[in-house]
Design a protein. Structure first.
Length: 452
């Protein structure tokens, strides 16, 4: 009986170690969550004290101790309200003691990580006096597995997994325009394919500009309503989008019909308040490499560049209410690209940076958001393609990693939903038309041709 008990313990320990090595997610759901919960319960007070997250006893208690010669009261520990296990870690809801603020806990996340023995710790304020500590039991970004159920809605798509196990969403209604930076091989294309794959199933017009002769976006052309593969066509395409934006605003203005008896809910200044039969289809513009549109060598190219930048700035400033959204990708996005670039960047609320080779590239994305995000972007490893840092306008930031999305997966999704590609009259001459027959000469075949 004794040997059976010892053998059972050895088997369980061996199984736990094997799962921790080969399947960390399974280990966490079976053994890790129980062990971590017990550790937090029994070590909470000592960890808070060691991490300088306690406050001295109240003056009244100290006065009573002096009067009655009692033992000096110990430091007051923040109250642990509850512990909630998740599929990737634990969430601790803590009520702070008087005199503490959320920054104290944000500054102590690294010490809490070592004290609790978990992979990652993040902190955020829930409401005045309450913070939430999110712990991650294992490296969820090493092998990205998106949850089986995600919250998809109109123009809101799941893009990547955050370091705390939550899902990072791209919500175009909340953040209409974004910029994604990263060095060569950092995984920008992985994120781009993921976004296009998710948008392909929605009622939205996809418009692309890929000045690398269309090598990135042309394979997905069956789902695109318009595509440009050179700077000249890109300038005309952007001006056509501006014309569509102006026409949309005329429709909105005509349908407002504001009078004293018009209900408040029927007064609108964007396309979402229009009747369904009048509402234009939203447009998502994807620009694969912004530098190819900004660089020039001749006077003719300089004039073309001015047309492009002016059109982009107008779309970034005015396009949201007209249902036009921008996703801009590039290796750098700084003032060295010329006049108007910083003005354009200031209109791009969404900021994402993959691995960068220098600090100045990270500052282009997060210099006006958070210095900590700048440092985090320079620490991304070379063997983590698709991993990025996302910054928010309030100064918060987080690490994310998009699941590996191959070109074949993105092409399959675009082909499956090709019938959803709307026809936009203003962009009809840029609509890609693919040759249905076999391609015999790949070296001379065009990826797409303009429609008549």
């Amino acid at each position: 009986m004794r040997w059976l008990l010892i053998s059972a313990v050895v088997v369980v320990v061996g199984l736990a170690l094997l799962l921790r090595w080969r399947r960390p997610a399974w280990y966490w759901m079976t053994f890790g969550v129980v062990y971590a919960t017990l550790k937090v319960r029994f070590r909470y007070a000592s960890v808070m004290d060691a991490c300088d997250l306690t406050v001295p006893a109240s003056r009244f208690r100290l006065w009573l101790a002096r009067i009655f010669k009692w033992e000096i009261p110990r430091q007051r520990v923040p109250r642990l309200m509850w512990i909630k296990p998740t599929r990737t870690g634990l969430r601790l809801r803590i009520r702070m003691q008087p005199g503490q603020d959320a920054f104290d806990y944000s500054a102590a996340v690294d010490r809490l990580r070592h004290a609790f023995g978990v992979h990652q710790v993040t902190s955020r304020e829930i409401k005045p006096g309450v913070v939430e500590i999110a712990t991650t039991g294992y490296d969820v970004l090493k092998r990205v597995q998106m949850p089986a159920r995600t919250d998809r809605s109109e123009l809101r798509i799941p893009v990547a997994l955050c370091e705390d196990g939550s899902v990072h969403y791209r919500d175009y209604k909340e953040v209409p325009h974004s910029v994604t930076l990263g060095a060569v091989g950092s995984g920008k294309s992985v994120t781009q394919r993921r976004v296009i794959k998710e948008l392909a199933a929605q009622r939205v017009a996809l418009v692309g500009i890929d000045c690398k002769n269309g090598v990135e976006l042309a394979p997905l052309a069956r789902r695109f309503s318009a595509l440009a593969d050179n700077p000249d066509d890109a300038a005309d395409l952007l001006e056509a989008l501006v014309a569509r934006m102006d026409a949309t605003y005329q429709v909105i203005r005509r349908e407002q019909r504001i009078s004293a008896d018009t209900p408040d809910g029927e007064i609108t200044a964007n396309i979402w308040g229009l009747p369904e039969h009048l509402r234009p289809v939203p447009v998502v513009l994807t620009i694969d490499e912004i530098a190819e549109l900004a660089l020039f060598t001749t006077s003719a190219e300089k004039k073309r560049r001015e047309r492009i930048i002016v059109a982009l700035v107008r779309l970034a400033q005015l396009g949201r209410a007209a249902g036009i959204f921008l996703d801009i990708y590039g290796q750098r996005f700084g003032s060295e690209l010329g006049d108007g670039i910083t003005m354009l960047r200031a209109q791009l609320t969404g900021r994402m940076a993959h691995r960068v080779n220098d600090e100045s590239s990270a500052k282009m994305a997060f210099g006006d958001v958070s210095p900590h995000a700048v440092f985090a972007a320079t620490q991304i490893r070379n063997d983590r393609p698709g991993m990025a840092v996302v910054g928010y306008s309030n100064g918060d930031w987080t690490r994310i990693r998009a699941p590996l999305t191959s070109m074949r997966e993105a092409v399959t999704a675009c082909n499956r939903h090709a019938e959803l590609a709307p026809h936009i009259p203003e962009l009809s001459r840029f609509r890609p038309v693919l040759d249905a027959g076999p391609v015999e000469a790949p070296a001379t075949a065009e990826p797409f041709a303009e429609a008549a």
